[in-house]
Design a protein around this ligand. Structure first.
Ligand code: ATP
Length: 228
């Protein structure tokens, strides 16, 4: 589903943000991307989201070489992805229901269908009662769940999340992780960047650890470390 071959990403600075990264993420996988601050996690997600371009190497997304992709094709690729950011990126002037329905609106679903599906996914994240509220009147955890609902509403084949639990307390963290795991069980490929080692140990998924832009580890944590 996502393949990187010897990918380098160099911003203006001297050291590359990603150096010689080769990875293969299959359909239906749940992958944690981890590593210290500055290791390149967000950069890798941005490349997959086509928000940044690789400097060299090859990146295939849904089998498509995106190094030579035209700007007009980017929305087509993104239509197959949901994303969750640490800072939520909710639209403050729109209600919770409207925020969640946004990905369906851009896909030209009828207003009735947008409402039906948005309410259903809000129910799933335990926020049906907040549908008519505005995001800023919600707690951080609730806003994050709205962001997850928005990412899931269109049932995307692929979900990307950058520190989706970074602002949450332990209970909310588990709730958000359970939502992501539920989507994965229904077939969505999930890629989550996180610093939080306890998540890696609690959820037995593939772990890709980056260090200074390079893959330092790729596999499952040893059973001893994976306290369940
Ligand atoms: N737009 C940019 N311009 C220049 N350098 C950048 C840019 N974005 C990231 N970098 C640099 O690239 C490197 C990797 O950054 P990145 O944000 O991908 O790391 P990260 O692992 O996500 O870190 P964090 O956990 O702190 O978010 C860092 O050295 C960072 O300073």
């Amino acid at each position: 589903m996502i393949q990187l071959f010897h990918v380098y990403k160099q911003y203006a600075g001297e050291a590359p943000a990603l150096a010689d990264v080769s990875l293969d993420i299959d359909k239906g996988e749940f992958v944690f991307l981890t590593g210290p601050s500055g290791a390149g996690k967000s950069t890798l997600l941005k490349l997959v989201l086509c928000a940044e371009q690789i400097t060299s190497g090859q990146l295939l997304i849904f089998g498509r070489n995106v190094a030579r992709i035209r700007d007009t094709s980017v929305p087509v690729i993104r239509r197959n992805m949901g994303f969750v950011f640490q800072d939520f990126k909710l639209l403050p002037q729109r209600t919770v229901l409207e925020n969640v329905g946004f990905p369906l609106e851009v896909r030209a679903f009828s207003p009735r269908e947008v409402r039906r599906r948005s309410l259903a996914v809000l129910e799933q994240v335990g926020l049906a009662g907040k549908a008519d509220k505005f995001p800023l009147s919600l707690s951080g955890g609730e806003q994050q769940r709205v962001a997850v609902a928005r990412a899931l509403v269109a049932d995307p084949p692929m979900l990307l999340a950058d520190e989706p639990t970074g602002n949450l307390d332990p209970d909310m963290t588990l709730e958000v992780m359970d939502l992501l795991s539920g989507a994965n069980r229904r077939g969505t490929t999930v890629l989550v960047a996180t610093h939080d080692r306890s998540l890696l140990e609690r959820y037995r998924h593939r772990v890709v650890a980056l260090e200074a832009g390079r893959v330092a580890f790729d596999g499952e944590l040893a059973p001893k470390a994976a306290a369940r």
